[in-house]
Design a protein around this ligand. Structure first.
Ligand code: 13P
Length: 340
């Protein structure tokens, strides 16, 4: 492991107020999103959609890295140029999702454990050879009556730390993603409590597994009230609760925190990230960035509808959301940007 290289890559992933674009939906998830908007679910439509994304003009102005999926990292543009080359030529760092999904956890009804550690060392070596420079692993935590349990929190944190150590061994920056889901009626305070406990546990395991914190990126949820909670806090209240929670649980050695969007609308995700940077940026030890999938892609997907004639309009929508989020990193996002 070359620590300096890892640190340089992690720094580049959050440099210049840019952020990550997650385009690593597994085949079943991508198909589900296609089905919702009436796009046929084939390998060719998935490839065309990913081509649309990676060939968006000017994407690299706001996006430092993209997260690919196993199918996608092996695909090419229609003219035969591998996606990894298209991405790298655009000045964007290619990354890869390496977990194999969140599965029902034995003995823990309603809870999930993320799988993918078996054979991971060999898969990471292959991805690294293919040009990936960072990786992602997502753990999923549900809030409901009596959960999350200690068993689920510990098992997921342990897997995240084992994955992160293996990534660093081969020179890939681990994006460590412990996600507390928004689904449910829980309050913002309950989300804060669960998120803080989860992050503390994750960092304990990262320490035990000897992960270099300077060479990783944390990808957490924002601290939010459950989707069906009657009380929905303001943008500023969410920003305050999220930053307060992170300050308590995330060591200052971590270079960047890149939020997932988790099903928030594009506008809300940008507004909340913006508020955090407006209110706290100059006082924080880490960069507050983004690693959104839906909050960047959704409008583009809806415009595209699988039609060649809609590609340019879809790319404009993708470029716009990426640009809004770069503005949010600078604390310069506002609703007027949505009308331009
Ligand atoms: P969302 O931004 O849609 O939550 O996706 C981020 C991600 O990469 C989930 O693993």
């Amino acid at each position: 492991m070359n620590a300096q290289e890892l640190i340089a890559t992690a720094g580049a992933m959050v440099a210049e107020d840019k952020g990550l674009l997650a385009m690593d939906e597994s085949t079943p998830t991508c198909n589900k999103r296609f089905e919702k908007v009436g796009i046929p679910q084939t390998e060719e439509t998935r490839r065309s959609y990913r081509e649309l994304i990676v060939t968006t003009p000017g994407l690299g102005e706001s996006i430092s890295g993209v997260i690919l999926y196993d199918e996608t990292i092996r695909q090419s543009r229609k003219d035969g140029t591998p996606f990894v080359k298209v991405i790298t030529d655009a000045g964007i760092i290619p990354g890869i999702k390496v977990d194999t999904g969140a599965k029902d956890m034995a003995g823990h009804p309603g809870e999930k454990i993320t799988e993918g550690l078996d054979g991971l060392r060999d898969r990471l070596a292959e991805y690294s050879q293919m040009g990936a420079r960072f990786a992602k692993w997502r753990a999923v935590i549900t809030i409901a009556e009596g959960i999350p349990s200690r068993g689920c929190t510990e098992a997921n944190a342990h897997a995240l730390a084992r994955y992160a150590a293996l990534c660093q061994e081969v020179g890939l920056v681990p994006v460590v993603e412990p996600e507390v889901l928004m689904d449910g009626e829980h309050t913002l305070e309950r989300c804060r409590e669960v998120t803080e406990e989860l992050l503390r546990t994750v960092f304990n395991h990262l320490y035990t597994q000897r992960v270099t914190l300077e060479g990783m990126i944390l990808k957490p949820n924002m601290v939010l009230p459950g989707l069906t909670c009657p009380k929905q806090e303001t943008v500023d209240e969410v920003a305050d609760a999220t930053v307060r929670c992170l300050l308590r649980a995330v060591p200052a050695a971590v270079p960047g925190i890149a939020f997932l969007s988790g099903g928030q609308s594009g506008e809300l995700a940008s507004a909340r990230l913006n508020a955090m940077n407006v209110r706290f940026k100059s006082r924080l030890p880490w960069a507050l960035a983004f690693s959104f999938a839906r909050a960047i892609q959704q409008p583009a997907l809806e415009i595209w509808q699988g039609r060649e004639s809609h590609v340019l309009a879809a790319q404009r929508a993708l470029y716009h959301r990426a640009r809004c989020n770069r503005a949010a990193r600078r604390g310069e996002y506002n609703a007027a940007m949505e009308r331009t």
